[in-house]
Design a protein around this ligand. Structure first.
Ligand code: GRF
Length: 214
């Protein structure tokens, strides 16, 4: 980190729209992190081309349990990575890897955790009848989709929503909260205390989201 920016590695499995949002944020003057390496467990992940088009090193490591983690860990450390971001990475990582990167690895999940961990979050939100849904960036722990919450973003659930329309609305929020959360972490403004993430120096917001609106 010769220029003072944190070096970030991003793990992906698919299209890479969150990766693209992180790369875009990293190009802003003063943003405290740079995306230095992308690793996919699938050779056909669209995010690999996004990374390469920005001149970012992009590697595929095929998923064999245990082997993936060792290989990925070596690549991350060789590249001098300080923070790992999971961005649509669709595999569960070995506990040892999670512990190795404890409080240095973030994940984005398309629900307001602790609601709806796991898959099919938008269909489950519709089935539950919630009126507000959203996305969460959190530190990774061995338990799936659990860990100190750094940032969340919420959207209304509309009466006519399908899982697809709701996913699209949540994705817009994902693309805002992941760069926000990574920036805070890279700036050293997030401390983990008693397994909660404390964000320092954030302005006190007072906006309310009512759904349906009043
Ligand atoms: C996102 O919805 C993310 O929250 C989830 O997987 C999706 C990945 O999308 N974990 P993309 O590859 O970042 O476009």
């Amino acid at each position: 980190m010769a220029d003072g920016r944190a070096r970030v590695g991003v793990l992906i499995s698919g299209r890479g729209s969150n990766l693209a949002a992180l790369i875009k944020a990293s190009q802003r003057p003063g943003y405290p992190a740079e995306i230095a390496l992308v690793i996919s467990n699938r050779p056909d992940a669209g995010g690999l081309a996004i990374a390469r088009s920005h001149g970012i090193a992009a590697e595929t490591v095929e998923h064999t349990p245990g082997v993936f983690e060792d290989h990925a860990d070596t690549l991350l450390k060789t590249a001098g990575i300080e923070i790992v971001c999971l961005a649509g990475f669709m595999r569960i990582l070995a506990d040892a890897f999670v512990e190795e990167w404890r409080d240095r690895m973030l994940n984005i999940h398309p629900s307001l955790l602790p609601l709806f961990p796991g898959l099919d979050t938008h269909a489950r939100a519709l089935a539950a009848g919630v009126k507000i849904h959203g996305a969460t960036v959190h530190y990774v722990r061995p338990t799936l989709d659990q860990g100190p919450i750094v940032a969340q973003g919420a959207v209304p659930v509309l009466p006519e929503d399908t899982a697809e329309s709701l996913a699209a609305r949540v994705l817009q929020v994902e693309h805002r909260i992941y760069p926000l959360a990574l920036g805070l972490v890279a700036d050293g403004r997030v401390k983990v205390e008693r397994d909660r993430a404390i964000v320092q120096g954030a302005p006190a917001g007072n906006a309310s989201l009512l759904s349906p609106p009043d």
